[in-house]
Design a protein around this ligand. Structure first.
Ligand code: CA
Length: 222
């Protein structure tokens, strides 16, 4: 999952970035409203966390302009302005969720997980797709037999993205974009290595290779 964090407070953004990365998100940071708006439109994020009090362009205007352009990325507003009328203004501008500062990271994380489930029409607590279950807290995959495997951070991010996009052909470039951060050394050949590692855990058939196109998660056969 690739997440955009639009936040001008460097202390908060660096600690939040680290926390979210630990939860398996690839996090890009924008430090002002104008950069945030641009990045949110140019890059296909899975989620956006948006501060309201931002230099160069206020968060509420940024959000309104995204929505006016048809950008449907789920947005959670994270702000110290949490009077009821400000929340109303945030939702009216197109926010999907709202969290007031100060906040607990645990609450932010479960709210983000809920937004992702909703945007991918996943029902229930644990992500289930194609016979596999993914424990997002422990970063572990559970097979129908009950067998469980711990995943490395990259394996976890890759598998979660595949499971959320079951049946869709995903190019190596797209997978790389959603699994790694912006400045990370993005070698799309590494995706092959991680796909192989995932297949070693639950069999070859669950992830199809589409020659010249990419990969497709089809799940375990019955
Ligand atoms: Ca701010």
């Amino acid at each position: 999952m690739r997440l955009l964090l639009v936040e001008d407070d460097p202390l908060l953004s660096s600690s939040l970035k680290a926390d979210l990365e630990q939860q398996g998100y690839a996090v890009d940071l924008a430090e002002n409203g104008r950069d945030g708006e641009f990045m949110g439109n140019e890059i296909g994020y899975d989620l956006i966390v948006l501060d309201l009090g931002l230099p160069e362009k206020p968060g509420l205007e940024v959000l309104g302009d995204w929505r006016a352009k048809g950008n449907k990325t789920p947005v959670l507003i994270l702000t110290a302005r949490d009077a009821w009328h400000e929340k109303v203004a945030g939702f009216k501008a197109g926010a999907d969720d709202y969290l007031g500062k100060p906040f607990h990271v645990e609450e932010l994380v479960v709210r983000l997980q809920a937004l992702i489930r909703r945007s991918h029409e996943v029902v229930g607590q644990m992500l289930e797709s194609g016979g596999l279950k993914l424990d997002e807290d422990l970063q572990r995959v559970i097979l129908p037999s009950g067998e469980q495997f711990d995943l490395t951070g990259t394996e976890f991010r890759l598998l979660r993205y595949l499971m959320l996009n079951k049946g869709k052909i995903l190019s190596k470039t797209r997978l790389t974009e959603h699994v790694y951060e912006q400045d990370f050394d993005r070698d799309s050949n590494l995706i092959e290595v991680y796909i192989r590692r995932l297949r070693e855990k639950f069999g070859k058939g669950a992830i199809e290779t589409r020659r010249g196109q990419g990969y497709r998660y089809v799940g375990l056969s019955d």
